[in-house]
Each structure stands twice: as C-alpha cells, then as structure tokens.
Design a protein around this ligand. Structure first.
Ligand SMILES: [Fe+2]
Length: 291
C-alpha cells in the first residue's frame, strides 16, 4: 500500500442530519410539513453519496413531541442506514423516551447526573481516528438551551483525555448569536463563555457542530469553526432582524458532510437533499473544454 493509500484509508466521513422533527404517521409538523418524507429523501441522498459515510450524527429535535410513537417511527425511518447512527436530544425531545426507543445504542446510557436527578445524554464515540463528543444543551420543558458547569466539567475531562487527537463536538443549541431574533431568544442561555475557553484550550477540536436553526450558519468560535445545518424538511426563515417573528420556509433542505483526513483536518461540505441531473463531464474525451 502506498503512503497516499494508507492516508486515504484513514479518511473519516461523518454525515450530519439535524432537526428531523418526526411525528406519528398521518401527522404533519405545524399542520404543514411532512417531516418523515423529508427524512426519507435525505436518507436516500446519503445512501447515494459516492463515498458512503462511516457514521451519521443527528443533532437533536429528532421527534416533535418526545412521544414513544414518534421515536418508533423515527427508528423505522432510520433503518436503511447501515452505518452507526448517533442520536442526540434537542428541545423537542425527551431523553428517557429516546433512550427507551434505542436500547441497543449503549452510548446513550447516563454518564452524568445533575443535582435534580436528570441524566443528560453526553457521550464520546470513536469513528476511526476521529472522536465525536456530544453535549446535551436541553432544559426539559423549555425551548432554550443551557450548559451548566457539570456538563462542561464533563467535556473538559473528555477533551483532556484526547489531547492531540481530532475531535468534533456536537450539540443541539449553537453557542453563538445567529442574528435571527426569535431563534436567539431561544438560543443557548448559559455556558457559552466557558465553552469557548475550553475549546480554545483544545486546538484538536476541529468543529463545533449544531442543530436548532434549520439552516446553515458558520461562525468563528473558541478558535475553531462552529456551524449549524439545514433541516431535512422546513428551514427557519432568513430574517436577520432582532424582532424577527417565528416562521419557517420550505426552502431546499440539506445536510452536512464533515470529512476528516490526517493531512487536511475536517473539511465540511453542505449538500442539498435530493437526486439531481448529472454528473456531466467538463471536458471532451480528448481533454478539451466543452464550450
Ligand atoms: Fe428544530
């Protein structure tokens, strides 16, 4: 095997899907959106990628109301994905119903207990040389997110154990201002400054990847890049007004491909959901450009 081939063999591809908001059969989200149909198209798009992903992470709001029947449907919808699928809670989820619906996902088991008895879903999994570290920003019963000291202590310990090794941190609520007024009002309300300090002290954190926003946003954060991802169905309206009212648009859905190689670190692509015409060649067989 050539050196290049060895390096290529170590490439890791992590697909990020987010905010699937699955409802029971026959129910539409917000009486308008067939979220299951959107997820089916995203999964078809992921399965059609030229290089299959090593793993998929779904960064929260897996279902719309945290109900067992919704998680059962999500389970059915995710079944075509043969690679590991890592699930995380968002503000629409219920931690215990999520755990109950995916009992074979051992990484969802409690690893941390808060003083009120709650057990956030925070875990580390290895995808080849890459570590995926998830943070739970959920405040049950509320739309906004928080990161208390205990959750951040846990992160600091996990990162200290992995110094120098590539890490992607995943969380539902992004740790940055989006400028979309109504979403910032239900954004991450605590822990942002300390999270930024922790990330800055660990330059091996390649990305902080998030959901919640139902559109693609990229921001400098703690010396790395923090980003959100489109949803599989509805997108939050692009309205950069502090008084923007809560609304969504049926803009094109999509997903992210976070590809890591030892030479490049993480390279993130934004992919539209669906099947499209092509590929068409740029060149004639003889090498000339087609005008
Ligand atoms: Fe959402």
């Amino acid at each position: 095997m050539t050196k290049q081939a060895v390096l290529e063999a170590r490439t890791v591809r992590l697909v990020q899907i987010t905010d699937t908001h699955i409802r029971e059969e026959g129910r539409l989200a917000y009486r308008k959106v067939d979220t299951a149909a959107g997820l089916r198209v995203i999964i078809d798009s992921v399965l059609a990628l030229r290089q299959p992903p090593d793993a998929v992470v779904v960064t929260g709001d897996l279902v719309d109301f945290g109900r067992p029947t919704e998680y059962a449907r999500l389970r059915e919808l995710l079944a075509p994905l043969a690679m590991p699928v890592y699930l995380m809670p968002g503000n629409h989820d219920d931690r215990e119903q999520l755990r109950a619906a995916f009992p074979e996902h051992a990484w969802l088991a409690p690893d941390l207990w808060l003083p009120d008895g709650a057990a956030p879903i925070q875990y580390v999994v290895r995808i080849g040389p890459l570590h995926l570290v998830t943070l739970d920003t959920v405040v049950p019963g509320h739309a906004h997110g928080e990161l208390c000291d205990m959750r951040l202590d846990w992160l600091e310990e996990r990162l200290a154990e992995r110094r120098g090794e590539p890490v992607i941190v995943a969380m539902h609520h992004p740790p940055f201002t989006t400028l979309i007024g109504h979403m910032d009002k239900i954004g991450l309300k605590s822990g942002i400054e300390r999270l930024a300090r922790i990330v800055a002290q660990h330059p091996n954190v390649e990305r902080v990847i998030c959901g919640h926003l139902h559109r693609a946003i990229d921001v400098r954060f703690g010396g790395t890049i923090a980003s959100t991802c489109p949803g599989p169905a509805h997108q939050v309206t692009l309205d950069l007004d502090p008084d923007a009212k809560s609304s969504f648009m049926m803009e094109p859905p999509g997903f992210r491909v976070h590809a890591w190689t030892p030479r490049t670190g993480v390279v993130t692509h934004l992919a539209p959901s669906g099947r499209f015409e092509g590929p068409y060649p740029f060149h004639e067989d003889g090498g000339g450009l087609i005008d």
